[in-house]
Design a protein around this ligand. Structure first.
Ligand SMILES: Cc1cc2nc3c(=O)[nH]c(=O)nc-3n(C[C@H](O)[C@H](O)[C@H](O)COP(=O)(O)OP(=O)(O)OC[C@H]3O[C@@H](n4cnc5c(N)ncnc54)[C@H](O)[C@@H]3O)c2cc1C
Length: 486
């Protein structure tokens, strides 16, 4: 048996369904090490919302390790130096970790591997947070996929994801290694306390993740195909921040949904829909892994010449939820308050930024990165490129969401809008959805009745402008494909 082992803890803050944790447990003396700081995060250091999340999650994880008989060591620095110093100084025999597939995470891992190889220290890395290794899935020609449906078909032909393995019962302690930094000293919590809404909404950590999964499979999975499009209900799992920090295993989520369906608590259709969303996450990781430039560059190269506008004031109004389009404003305020936004509304606000305002999708991606508790480089890049029409399996650029008809369709009673835009709470649903419309009786014409901004841009004008911009990158593209609105 290996005598001394280090578990390099990354975005896998859990013991359950974690092959790295199981491997870590089978030695005589274990040092679990979390390397803190931005040194290994490249262009995407943790945003404000995720720093808050980590400030809550790390102490809980440290307590979990203590209960299992171990002790979390937190060290600031870069992983290569921290881990190779520890390995050399304490005669460590093996270092283990869970793999990351984002460019910076991957690069850090390569540096650690090389440093350990030079020292003659063994290492082992695990596929802990994904169902499929992005390297193992390829088209018939051996290329990476750029379209979701054939990718998901390929996944379906592979063996069912392995069943999750339970947490190790205990972890070996170590009477060596440094004391490490205190989590409080890392400066993760905001200097000004803006995180009240986050605290109300979330319970970071492995236990909170388990509670979310159980309540979702019990109460919402069966209606998922419908409720996932209703922003006013808790119709989705809200597991995304837990997945982003690896507080729950993806195999656990996959099979828990399957078990609920097997017990008759959810239809096979509901299960298939939920599984297909988990595969979107796999697809996003696959795309980012094979096309790492897509965090900031469009996958479809012609979009690099898109005539984006530069309008800091318009960007500011979008960020603050002051566009005058209630569904967009509700989404942006939900994001600011809770660090999360419903998927349907993410699509609408993203489309509004890139199509109605003609502002670069990268600006939106950066804002989401800073404000989302679930910020995930793969999902975020794919989501934004989807909205901008320039990525893998993207929405065609000429399909332009009308934020008002989206609200009529998915928030017909304006419950979501009224919750997040209280200025509109006393209005009838139709007026709250479209306060500038005829149905609202010209609320903006009479002056002070409504403390809500008029639309910052006219929908028809914006739509025409967006289509003209598109035509300038792909000659005649909008016309040839047949412009449509949804
Ligand atoms: C512009 C834009 C930006 C986005 N940025 C992120 C991001 O930074 N982080 C993030 O996790 N998701 C992102 N998404 C995808 C999606 O909105 C969220 O994953 C989802 O809303 C999370 O809520 P949930 O956990 O309740 O999802 P559920 O509906 O319960 O789905 C379960 C899980 O499946 C995965 N999933 C679901 N939908 C998608 C999707 N469209 N793409 C990839 N994975 C998906 C997520 O891991 C999610 O937690 C983005 C979408 C858009 C349109």
């Amino acid at each position: 048996m290996t005598v001394r082992r280090i578990w390099w803890i990354r975005r896998d803050l859990r013991l359950d369904d974690n092959p790295a944790a199981l491997r870590a447990a089978s030695c005589e003396a274990l040092l679990p090490v979390f390397v803190a700081g931005d040194a290994d995060e490249g262009d995407w250091p943790l945003g404000g919302a995720q720093r808050w999340w980590l400030s809550q999650s790390l102490p809980r994880f440290a307590a979990t390790l203590e209960r299992a008989g171990s002790r979390l060591i937190v060290i600031e620095g870069d992983a290569e130096k921290v881990l190779s110093d520890l390995a050399r100084r304490h005669s460590v025999e093996e270092v283990v970790w869970s793999r990351r597939f984002d460019p910076a995470g991957l690069a850090a891992e390569r540096r650690v591997e090389a440093a350990l190889d030079r020292l003659g220290v063994a290492w082992k890395s695990f596929l802990s947070n994904h169902l499929h290794d992005p390297d193992e899935i390829a088209t018939k020609e051996g290329r990476p996929y750029q379209v979701y449906t054939p990718f998901s078909r390929n996944c379906a032909q592979r063996p069912e994801p392995a069943r999750p393995k339970a947490a190790p019962r205990a972890l070996p302690s170590a009477d060596w290694g440094p004391k490490g930094a205190s989590i409080g000293s890392l400066g993760l919590e905001p200097a000004i306390d803006w995180a009240g809404g986050l605290r109300e909404t979330w319970t970071p950590g492995e236990e909170g993740a388990g509670v979310r999964l159980a309540s979702f499979t019990r109460a919402a999975l069966d209606r998922y195909p419908v409720s996932r499009d209703e922003p006013s209900t808790v119709g989705t799992s809200m597991l995304s921040p837990h997945l982003a920090f690896g507080e729950i295993g993806i195999r656990r989520v996959w099979h828990a949904a399957g078990a609920a369906s097997a017990r008759g608590e959810a239809s096979p259709e509901s299960l298939a829909k939920f599984h297909s969303e988990l595969l979107w996450r796999e697809f996003a990781t696959h795309v980012l892994y094979h096309f790492p430039r897509t965090t900031l560059a469009p996958l479809r190269a012609e979009y690099a010449r898109f005539p984006w506008r530069n309008d800091p004031e318009a960007l500011r109004r979008w960020k603050r939820g002051q566009t005058g389009y209630p569904l967009v404003d509700a989404g942006m305020r939900q994001l600011w308050h809770t660090g999360w936004m419903h998927n349907r509304v993410r699509m609408v606000v993203a489309s509004f930024l890139v199509k109605h305002l003609l502002l670069p999708w990268q600006d939106g991606a950066r804002w989401f990165w800073d404000t989302l508790v679930d910020a995930d480089l793969a999902n975020n890049s794919l989501g934004w490129q989807w909205a901008a029409g320039c990525g893998a399996d993207a929405a065609p650029y000429f399909r332009i969401f009308n934020p008002t008809s989206q609200a009529e369709k998915f928030d017909a009673e304006a419950r979501y809008i009224k919750r997040w835009v209280p200025e509109l709470a006393s209005l009838a649903p139709k007026a709250a959805i479209d306060p500038a419309g005829k149905g609202a009786g010209g609320l903006f014409g009479i002056g002070e009745e409504l403390k809500y901004s008029a639309p910052m841009v006219d929908h028809a004008m914006a739509r025409g402008r967006a289509l003209a911009a598109l035509a300038s990158v792909s000659k005649g593209g909008a016309k040839a494909a047949g412009a449509s609105e949804s």
